[in-house]
Design a protein. Sequence first.
Length: 492
Amino acid sequence: MSDFAEVKTLEAASATIQKKRVAMVVLDSVITDSRVLKEADTMSLAGFDVMVFGIKDVNVDADLILRDTGTRILLVDWRPDTFRAIGRIFNLFGLLAVVALAGLAYSLHSLLQGVGGLAAFVWKHSAFAPYVIIGGVVIFFSNRAARKAKTVALRLTNQKIEFGFFRRWWKLATNPKQMIYRLVSNEIIENEILDHLDEFNPVAVHCHDFSTLPLGVRYKRKHPKVRLIYDSHEIYCERPNYSEYQKTKIRKAQRKLSKHVDAFITVNQSVARFLTQNYPGLPSPWIIRNASPFRDVPVKYDGRLHRRLNLEPTDRIALYHGGIVKVRNLEMLLDAARLLPTDIHVVLMGWGNHAEELEEKAKEIQNCHIIPGVPQEELHLWTSGGWVGILPYSDICLNHKYCTPNKMWEYSSSGVPIITANLVELVSTIKEYKIGWTCGLPMTAQNLVECIMSITPDEHKEKVDACFKFQQLDCWEVYAQRLVALYREQLV
């Protein structure tokens, strides 16, 4: 709560605002999502009754979390219902398969008996036809048969299926368990959260990112007086891991859903410009950046990151913290570590589906380390152990080109200067506030190493001092007041 001590005007305003209920919805476990937590805590301090609805994952045991600010976080445990639903579906498929196989066996028997053959039998006894078809589909799309069919197909064509639509449906068709799991889990998550929203009865629903907007629109259709706030953290249809088919589907859905939005928030001017131009149904944007709370005293590093890695206090750390996923150019950091002196260590701190693979590769590199992420409230204490903070994103999509990730403020507010590639919004901030260096586009191991090795002690100190000034000027408290102003406007 001390991080928000500067927001005196918001706390003073709480006496004039009745405890209006605000529901925030996000499809993650919330506790590591700093933007969601900052916004929820800000609204609680301003006198609103805030509940954040998220989803439970393996890293969270609690169902209900109460924060010092009064914000409540309810995590939906959707897995038991999902597994039960999937079990019922597969039991049904199994029953149909038995019926279909019995029909096929009887048909073959009739064929051998010369009673008109399989085609005539199915024609005459058309009641069996659906079971035969369903049984055939179930059998064909079993994992083993599908993998075999795929192998044969690739051998025959000698090429991969590259078109987004066909690739997507081929993957799902060759793994029916994944297809059913995805369809069932999405529906169950939405229904579970909608039930909780009905119980909470909010005056506003704040949808974090496009993934929650369909749910928010469903609730608004049922409760037309509710204000729907859409908070776009990124250009969702430009995520690099999506196929063209998925992107097209998202664009169509967003055009349809945008007309239901009462207030629109996003992270910077470039993203706002793109979204309002492509989705004219959206209201005028409110820019709320991913800034960190103001710290009136610089973070004092206590050595914890060095101790965790068994490093000498004089060793320097080039730090990346955040999601460890393939689309973030992280393998390049391992290549850079190989080129750096052994007293400069590359450290990746976080979780993700690429972590295990990178950990194996990092074992061969003396000055490269990959460690799990840390709780959000401790992040600045670990981050302050970095000598520089790396933003390795490449210009592979508009989402990266226009990104302004939380990390930019988390590094700088911890006194850690930044190295980034020449991406539009990042370069603009780096140059304006002089809080780091840029090293070309794309960022490569070679130009990253050259940038690191060119930094002098005096230049590094200048950037550290600039980081402290930056977090005074562009801190969360600026955007907190803007967020509350938006809600006051909407809930008059």
